[in-house]
Design a protein around this ligand. Structure first.
Ligand SMILES: [Zn+2]
Length: 344
């Protein structure tokens, strides 16, 4: 363990490693940092790289660490930037050794295969020693996702909803999820933990990094780990029903809408150029909704999902009660205004 104390603030940073056995002679080291505040307060973990090819959260944590080291903190923050370094170094979602997806292995098994052991170490050394958690993800390759939070079952569901709201995305989703996901397992232990989706795999894009950095800092302010109060949108919509728009044939795809844009029936979503017939056809929205995901590459194949639209008919509002004095409401229509008006 390496301890690094600063003279100008009391923040003490512990650099630590999980050691996960790969074979009888080989161990994989997983680096994480614990930043201790001046005094007691909430304990929160922020994790990224559970899926090795999802980079936005890794970059968010890389920027967060020096920022937090300079700040006056109360409580404790644990940063785990690359939860599965094997998947990261092979540019894959899961682990090459056992073909497992870390986010289907929680709470882990210390006598299982490598990924089960990795999940066990992360869960028992980091997750259960915290009061709250944030798990940063992205969409898969070629599918860019509107920044949104994921609310999963938890014994303290109102606290999960509060975290979701202060993270600052306009949209939240509340899919059932799978029991072996990190967020679900933490929730079962009564540790409110949100999942966050930011952009797409293999890419680092400032827009999504900004959304993530703002979201974590805002959450830390709300919880009182950082000083200052949170900036919150007046509404967060919980939407679950989605409609996928598929390509009817292959060709070149030209999207004409942006993520988060509200479309109504008949609006043009994009154009598809058919190389065989040398014609371009327009793709229209079949119903009203918000653009959740967009295919980010240019060549599409038949039946490929090129757009996902969240249906707004059964829209719920996130009605989580927030703690008085910990936040101010902002009436922005676009969450980007929230991030850009924030003083760090
Ligand atoms: Zn993921």
């Amino acid at each position: 363990m390496r301890m690094k104390g600063r003279l100008d603030t009391m923040a003490i940073v512990e650099e630590k490693f999980l050691r996960v056995e790969k074979s009888q002679t080989e161990v994989v080291k997983v680096r994480y940092s614990i930043i201790h505040g001046d005094d007691d307060g909430p304990r929160i973990f922020v994790v990224a790289g559970v899926h090795g090819h999802e980079l936005t959260g890794i970059e968010v944590i890389r920027r967060l660490k020096p920022y937090l080291e300079m700040m006056k903190l109360h409580g404790r923050i644990t940063l785990l930037p690359v939860a599965n370094p094997v998947a990261f170094s092979t540019r894959q979602r899961g682990t090459i050794y056992d073909n497992k997806d870390l986010n289907r292995c929680f709470p882990g098994d210390k006598s299982g295969s490598f990924t089960d052991k990795l999940a066990y170490e992360i869960f028992n050394e980091i997750v259960v020693d915290n009061d709250y958690g944030i798990d940063l993800h992205t969409g898969p390759e070629g599918r860019v996702l509107l920044p949104h939070t994921r609310i999963r079952k938890c014994k303290r569901i109102n606290q999960v909803k509060a975290l979701s709201r202060v993270f600052g995305t306009l949209i939240a989703m509340s899919p059932d999820g799978v029991e072996s996901m990190l967020t679900s397992c933490a929730g079962n232990r009564g540790i409110p933990t949100i999942g966050v989706e930011l952009g797409e795999a293999y890419r680092i894009d400032e827009y999504f990094v900004n959304a993530g950095f703002f979201g974590v800092v805002n959450t830390l302010r709300y919880l009182g780990v950082l000083e200052g109060i949170a900036n919150v949108l007046d509404k967060q919509f919980i939407l679950n029903e989605r409609h996928n728009v598929k390509a009817e044939h292959n060709g070149l795809f030209f999207p004409k809408v942006n993520l988060g844009q509200v479309v109504k029936k008949g609006d043009i979503l994009g154009e598809l150029y058919n190389i065989e017939s040398d014609t371009t056809e327009r793709i229209y929205a079949e119903r009203k909704g918000i653009i959740l995901a967009r295919f980010s590459q240019s060549v599409v194949l038949p039946d490929m999902t090129i757009m996902s639209i969240l249906t707004v008919d059964d829209c719920l509002l996130n009605n989580a009660a927030l703690k008085k004095g910990r936040y101010i409401i902002n009436h922005y229509k676009n969450p980007e205004n929230l991030w850009s008006s924030f003083e760090y």
